[in-house]
Design a protein around this ligand. Sequence first.
Ligand SMILES: *[C@@H]1O[C@H](CO)[C@@H](O)[C@H](O)[C@H]1NC(C)=O
Ligand SMILES: *[C@@H]1O[C@H](CO)[C@@H](O)[C@H](O)[C@H]1NC(C)=O
Length: 392
Amino acid sequence: MRNPNFHTALPGFFFFFFILSSCRPSLQEYSSPALPLNPRLAQAFIALQAWKHAIFSDPKNLTANWYGPNVCKYTRVYCTAALDDPHVEVVAGIDLNHGDIQGFLPEELGLLTDLALFHINSNRFHGSIPKSFCELRLLYELDLSNNIFEGEFPEVVLRLPSLKYLDIRYNNFEGYVPSRVFDLKLDALFLNNNGFRFSLPENIGNSPVSVLVLANNQINGCLPRSVAKMGATLNELMLTNTGLAGCLPPEVGALGRLTVLDVSWNELVGPLPETIGKMRRLEQLNVAGNGLSGDIPESICALPNLKNFTYSFNFFYGEPARCLKLQDKDDRKNCIPGRPLQRSKEQCASFLSHPAHSFVLKNLLQTNHIPNECSHGISKKLEGSSCPDMNR
Ligand SMILES: *[C@@H]1O[C@H](CO)[C@@H](O)[C@H](O)[C@H]1NC(C)=O
Ligand SMILES: *[C@@H]1O[C@H](CO)[C@@H](O)[C@H](O)[C@H]1NC(C)=O
């Protein structure tokens, strides 16, 4: 409603609607009406025309027929009966996935107040998410992934009361992630492959998501113990390459529904918690590329559904025979006596005498993902390898 044009355009549409609505049955006879059939479609028309003007390249011609008032005929625009009035047709979904479209999202999109699905993954949309998205009270699935959106976390998503699926992965978002995102009643949250830098907040355990993917961002610090509270809902937790440091808290074992746990290529140290052996549904476990050591708990390799256990590039020195029987396992580059492709005796000995120091060295040498200036900080962090109860 910020655009002054709306105020001039809308009264006309409303007037038209009131005249026609008194003789609704005859509306069906209009195959090609001059104007949208109801005020909500009139608003959608304004929104979609504004969007069309914000599109600079559409190589697949998905929006080529986005003209004229009959928005329900537009390609990839889906209409249905309004939730609050089965006699009113409204725009409920837009799916421009894999469109390779270049452009931005105009504020007018906030006029699509009946939208439940907004999917624009794999395009070249840039800029930020319009503040007017807070008008989308029915929005259930928001998929902005694989575009070139930038700037801070789009806080407007925190104000969408119906949102269940939030996917903003593979963009150029940066800065911190507000802790309130973990209080939303979401089913799935994908924030991976952005430039976010943040600590996992203590309220992470409030999130009822079944899938949480934070991989390839910069998370500082530990996985909070409160993850245990996600035991009834969480199926997949992906934290690869996030800079997660310190311990893997034993509380992860409370995630009894988890099927996929990936904490690979982080800065975790200490033993693998025995409690992982309680995660009866676990199918995929990847802890590769950390500074983990000690014996692999036998209970983990005995998990009934475990198919793929990757623990290469750590400093484990004990491996129960049972682990060797797993369908897929990778134990390379550890310190396990008698196993092929292990680290050198020197590397292992040096790690055992100065775990923190060699761990930093290992990362510098082999993954190149820890800049030199961080090594001091990491050594300090490793001195006490347990998580604080509260994250700052
Ligand atoms: C899109 O439309 C343009 C112009 O009409 C045409 O040259 C091009 O081949 C179309 N592309 C596709 C993928 O249909
Ligand atoms: C097992 O997991 C690792 C790490 O995620 C992956 O690279 C590998 O392809 C998986 N193996 C199979 C057979 O799926």
